[in-house]
Design a binder for this molecule. Structure first.
Ligand SMILES: Cc1cc2nc3c(=O)[nH]c(=O)nc-3n(C[C@H](O)[C@H](O)[C@H](O)COP(=O)(O)OP(=O)(O)OC[C@H]3O[C@@H](n4cnc5c(N)ncnc54)[C@H](O)[C@@H]3O)c2cc1C
Length: 401
């Protein structure tokens, strides 16, 4: 800590996105500090039992960061997706084969992803300031002044706010956010099914919210799935507390029999769901990345994928910067990221609203929508490419093959 007083870039928050920015800058000539309240040899609480789905573009970014070979050992390939609505026949299907790819993406344990990113960041020429919380930030002309929880001070020419959906940095920098409480939680667990998943990720919409089963990486077994069940708030306590047999039979009734019988259940966790979209991606000598910029409903599995594109765009811009907090660089970052995040936030929110209500006219629209996604070639391709992570301006590290 002795020489952390002045750095070029201070990254606040060592979650998945902050750690990715740190690794991306590790080879640069910039002096970088990463500030995180969790100790380096422990795990932040958000690296839990969950798996997250990463898309094709994200795999390319992680390859560029040099962490993919290690992550691939524990990643389950997603070879196809199958999207349906309970009680209707329309189905939208996407496959890696139709796009000439090995996989559409991968499902991997969030803990594994976090640990690998941290291990690499700790080995890199990055000053890891942990366990330590940032307690204040104030912008000056050529730096941001930072106050740490132990009273020490630092200055940085650029502050990277990777401090999550409730971002304290947003408050200190006077940046607002639009928040929407979905009044739902995602109940996340693992399910062993009687039929193999064959690499298919299923998502089934119901008026209560979607239920998704994704291939879960576990040795060579292909009957284990991650289950994410979006549950209205009044039902969460019951679904969390009921015994395994009843939970399995309720989930089975909603999901149906595509994967055979649900035979065994893992540990359950509930994540309350909110959308938080910051009103700006930048402030004086500050950029927002990952959940600090936008936290989305997990229905489209886009949060980390989007945050990784924030990280890759920022590291790309910083590679040639003389002054990392220069106003022109901040403007370029905002311009490159705004359309992508607006599109994904709008798409994700639209899917939640369209599929989470019982208005009769909308039911027909949903049905037509799923059929169109399956059958209309231009639309099918557009959505496929977007889900692979290749819509709009992509950072170089995440360009389509
Ligand atoms: C149920 C669920 C399923 C999901 N599934 C997917 C998926 O399949 N695919 C996908 O792409 N995304 C998914 N996501 C979203 C994804 O998990 C998040 O977008 C991603 O983890 C956000 O990472 P982050 O680093 O931006 O934020 P966070 O993980 O919130 O990290 C913020 C960090 O900032 C630190 N911090 C906070 N305050 C301070 C401070 N004052 N000083 C210093 N540090 C501070 C915290 O300790 C923390 O480590 C899912 C989310 C949920 C809830």
């Amino acid at each position: 800590m002795a020489d952390t007083a002045m750095v070029d870039v201070a990254i606040v928050g060592g979650g998945l996105v902050g750690a990715s920015v740190a690794l991306g800058l590790a080879g640069s000539r910039l002096r970088v500090a990463l500030i995180e309240p969790a100790p380096l040899d422990a795990r932040p609480p958000q690296w839990d039992e969950r798996c997250i789905a990463i898309n094709h573009a994200s795999v390319r970014v992680l390859q560029g960061l040099g962490v993919w070979p290690q992550l691939a050992l524990q990643a389950a390939p997603i070879l196809s997706t199958h999207v349906s609505e309970r009680g209707r026949f329309g189905v939208a299907r996407f496959s890696a084969a139709e796009s000439g790819l090995d996989a559409l993406g991968y499902n991997l344990p969030v803990r594994q992803l976090g640990e690998v990113l941290w291990q690499r960041a700790a080995q890199a020429p990055v000053q890891v300031v942990a366990p330590m919380r940032l307690t204040g930030a104030s912008p000056g002309d050529d730096h941001v002044g930072l106050t740490l929880a132990d009273g020490r001070r630092m200055t940085a020419r650029l502050l990277v706010a990777a401090d999550g959906a409730q971002s304290p940095v947003r408050g200190w920098m006077g940046v607002g956010a639009q928040t929407h409480d979905y009044r739902q939680s995602a109940i996340v667990t693992a399910v062993r099914c009687s039929r193999p998943h064959r690499g298919c990720a299923y998502e089934r919409f119901t008026p209560e919210g979607p239920i998704a089963l994704l291939p879960k990486p576990w040795a060579q077994e292909d009957r284990l799935c991650s289950l994410i069940w979006t549950t209205p708030s009044p039902l969460v306590a019951d679904r969390m507390q009921t015994d395994d047999a009843r939970f399995l039979s309720q989930a089975q009734e909603v999901f149906g029999g595509r994967l055979g019988r649900f035979e065994q259940l893992g540990r359950r966790q509930a994540h309350p769901l909110q959308r938080v979209v910051g009103s700006s991606l930048t402030a004086a000598r500050t950029v927002f990345v990952g959940n600090a910029a936008q936290a989305l409903h997990p229905v489209a599995a886009q949060g980390f994928n989007l945050g990784l594109r924030d990280a890759a765009t920022l590291t790309e811009l910083l590679a040639t910067a003389d002054d990392p907090g220069d106003a022109a660089l901040l403007r370029a970052y905002g311009q490159r990221r705004e359309a992508d995040r607006r599109r994904m936030a709008g798409f994700t929110d639209g899917v939640v609203r369209l599929f989470s209500n019982r208005v009769p006219g909308l039911s027909g629209l949903r049905h037509l929508g799923l059929l169109a996604l399956d059958l209309v070639p231009g639309l099918h391709e557009t959505v496929l490419w977007q889900n692979l992570g290749y819509a709009g301006h992509s950072p170089q590290a995440a360009r389509e093959p």
